[in-house]
Design a binder for this molecule. Structure first.
Ligand code: PMP
Length: 285
């Protein structure tokens, strides 16, 4: 992704895509002092843009990475970078990190916190799995306890096990990997939340140790508008067998039906298709 034309917003300036570099002694690279956002623009408008900017600032506060920009400034940066790259449908990546500076130890409070925003075109996150139903592996890693790490931050450090799990899943021909949490309950995929359908009602894990995604919250609202009952609760892995349909939600994933998790199969059913199509219509409205 580094060798292409375009510009990236860095610390208040647009810089050439190929020149948007940081020093090797960047604190974040050594100690994961980094938070980020993944957003999507449709027809020139970023879906839930301000909520993403607010979440970025909140993630930073949770990690002691105080971002020296306001929501309004971040909003302006996102639209500036989209415009400069001539994008109207785009994936927008904002990232804040503790940079290089006076210190190179774990404690580096005086090192500046930096912010960059990049945007590029990104189609279906799971390719044609969006229509056929994604196949998921089950990760051997667990979503950690809220006493271990700030689980509600969109923090780089929380993605280390995501990358490892996704590599293992892809080697098995799967699109993604499903995590259980530290207690053994079903949690989420590596970059998306999960929903199940049984007897016309929806079940989704309580987001008490992972990101309560903006897409997840949007989809719960859509289900409630349809008078469909949504149970947010702890789900045991043994229950997977009893669910009829399943889908993932996330900014990149949008609403992607799931056809298989490990040895369990799900139909790409009417509700999964309906919610997937209705989400697409909503973000483009
Ligand atoms: N969980 C994880 C680990 C994620 O990376 C994402 C994507 N940001 C989500 C859930 C879904 O969040 P959202 O709907 O806000 O994109």
């Amino acid at each position: 992704y580094d060798d292409r034309d375009g510009v990236i917003w860095m610390d208040g300036k647009l810089v050439d895509w190929r020149e948007a570099n940081v020093h090797i002694l960047t604190h974040a690279m050594h100690y994961a002092s980094s938070v980020f956002e993944g957003e999507r623009a449709y027809n020139g408008k970023i879906f839930e843009s301000r909520r993403h900017s607010e979440r970025l600032l909140a993630s930073g506060r949770m990690l002691d990475v105080e971002i020296p920009w306001t929501v309004d400034e971040i909003e302006a940066a996102k639209y500036e970078v989209m415009k400069a790259n001539g994008l109207s449908d785009a994936y927008v990546r904002a990232v804040a990190w503790r940079g290089s500076g006076e210190d190179m130890g774990v404690s580096s409070a005086k090192n500046p916190v930096r912010l960059a925003v990049a945007a590029w075109g990104w189609g279906n996150y799971y390719g044609d799995a969006k229509f056929k139903g994604a196949k998921l592996d089950i990760s051997k890693w667990k979503r950690p306890s809220p006493e271990t790490i700030p689980v509600h931050a969109k923090a780089a450090g929380l993605y280390m096990i995501c990358t490892m799990s996704k590599h293992t899943a892809e080697a098995k021909g799967c699109s993604d990997s499903l995590f259980m949490d530290y207690r053994g309950y079903v949690a989420e995929a590596t970059g998306a939340n999960i929903f199940f359908v049984k007897d016309g009602e929806v079940h989704t894990p309580t987001p008490d140790c992972f990101l309560n995604g903006i897409t997840r919250q949007t989809v719960i609202g859509m289900l409630q508008d349809r008078q469909i009952k949504v149970h947010e609760r702890h789900i045991m892995p043994e229950e997977l067998e009893s669910f009829e349909q399943c889908w993932l939600t996330g900014t990149a994933a949008e609403v992607t039906p799931v056809g298989q998790i490990g040895d369990y199969n799900f139909e790409v059913g009417a509700m999964a298709r309906d919610i997937s199509n209705a989400y697409e219509a909503l973000v483009r409205a």
